[in-house]
Write a protein that binds this ligand. Structure first.
Ligand SMILES: Cc1cc2nc3c(=O)[nH]c(=O)nc-3n(C[C@H](O)[C@H](O)[C@H](O)COP(=O)(O)OP(=O)(O)OC[C@H]3O[C@@H](n4cnc5c(N)ncnc54)[C@H](O)[C@@H]3O)c2cc1C
Length: 279
């Protein structure tokens, strides 16, 4: 059993993890390595106290090395769902299940624009997790978008279970596919239906389907954990970084502006200490 599972490997997640370990508890950070963090792309960072004129890559490497030296553990898998099971939490990371006593969400903000109709149909035919929801679409027709190769195992679950899969990869995809999979190109313009998904619009053309799987690198926090209170896609927290769910904390960009490193690191510290001291 992990003491504190931290979802997201950016400045907020790493700061939270260091402070969990510093307070005598175990921390596992879920998410791709430092090069996946937003900050990696910053050409120059000049407003982080004590470390002026540094590239985002350099700063992120220093954060990551610090966490490794402190004994933080890492798990490169993407988390698709968290469920409360009694006093602890069950984490689904690419079909592997882990248990933790407390959770810190440090997932940053989603910069992909939502598809028209997406938020209306979440839970009514739109899903972000094939391993969680594929069974609901057994022998049915689904439409799947995929951002990168790392999600192909998830997409395969759907081609195994569904009668027909329309597959729209957002990267160059040349692999052979089973007969029930039709590869599309272009862009998903709209998700349509009356109360439940019944079709999508791709390049102006309507395609009938029973469900839509948007397999993105990140998952909206509201669908990561049931009944999490959010304002839009930002997670609601109190001054101790606690969410409305006991044992679940949030830190960094995912809680709101300013979207800055110092704020992410500071909130990570508060969440890390609070989580470690509470369990
Ligand atoms: C080009 C650029 C320049 C910037 N320059 C500055 C600057 O000069 N000064 C400054 O203060 N700020 C700057 N920022 C902003 C700064 O990078 C962010 O405020 C900061 O990175 C937020 O940290 P975070 O940990 O909250 O989120 P992020 O850094 O976004 O990290 C979140 C991580 O969580 C991962 N994740 C999300 N969902 C999941 C999931 N379900 N499972 C596993 N992992 C998941 C993501 O892949 C990501 O790696 C800049 C940002 C950009 C893009």
């Amino acid at each position: 059993m992990i003491d504190v599972a931290i979802i997201g490997c950016g400045p907020a997640g790493l700061s939270a993890a260091i402070n969990v370990v510093q307070n005598g508890k175990s921390a596992v950070v879920f998410g791709k390595g430092p090069d996946a963090a937003l900050l990696w792309k910053a050409e120059k960072v000049d407003n982080y106290l004590g470390i002026p004129d540094v590239t985002g890559k350099e700063l992120m490497e220093r954060f990551y090395d610090h966490a490794v030296k402190k004994g933080v553990e890492f798990n490169e898998r993407k988390v698709s769902q968290i469920m409360q099971t009694g006093d602890c939490f069950s984490i689904n990371a690419e079909n592997n299940i882990y248990n933790a006593k407390a959770i810190i969400l440090a997932t940053g903000v989603e910069r992909t624009q939502l598809v028209k109709g997406e938020s209306k149909f979440v839970g009514s035919g739109v899903s972000y997790c094939a391993s969680c929801d594929a069974m609901l679409f057994m022998d049915k027709t689904v439409f799947v978008t995929l951002e990168s190769e790392s999600g192909e195992a998830e997409a395969r679950i759907l081609s195994d279970l569904c009668r027909k899969v329309y597959f729209l990869p957002k990267y160059e995809f040349t692999k052979p596919v089973p007969k029930n999979v039709e590869i599309l190109s272009g862009s998903l313009e709209e998700i349509m239906g009356k109360g439940y998904v019944s079709a999508v619009k791709v390049n102006g053309k309507e395609i009938k389907c029973d469900g839509v799987f948007l397999l993105r690198e990140s998952v909206p926090p509201s669908s990561l954990i049931f009944s999490l209170a959010t304002i839009g896609e930002l997670i609601q927290v109190d001054e101790q970084m606690q969410t409305n769910i006991k044992g679940v904390y949030a830190a960094g960009d995912c809680t709101g502006k300013p979207f800055q490193i110092a704020k992410a690191v500071g909130e990570g510290l508060i969440a890390g200490i609070k989580a470690a001291k509470t369990i």
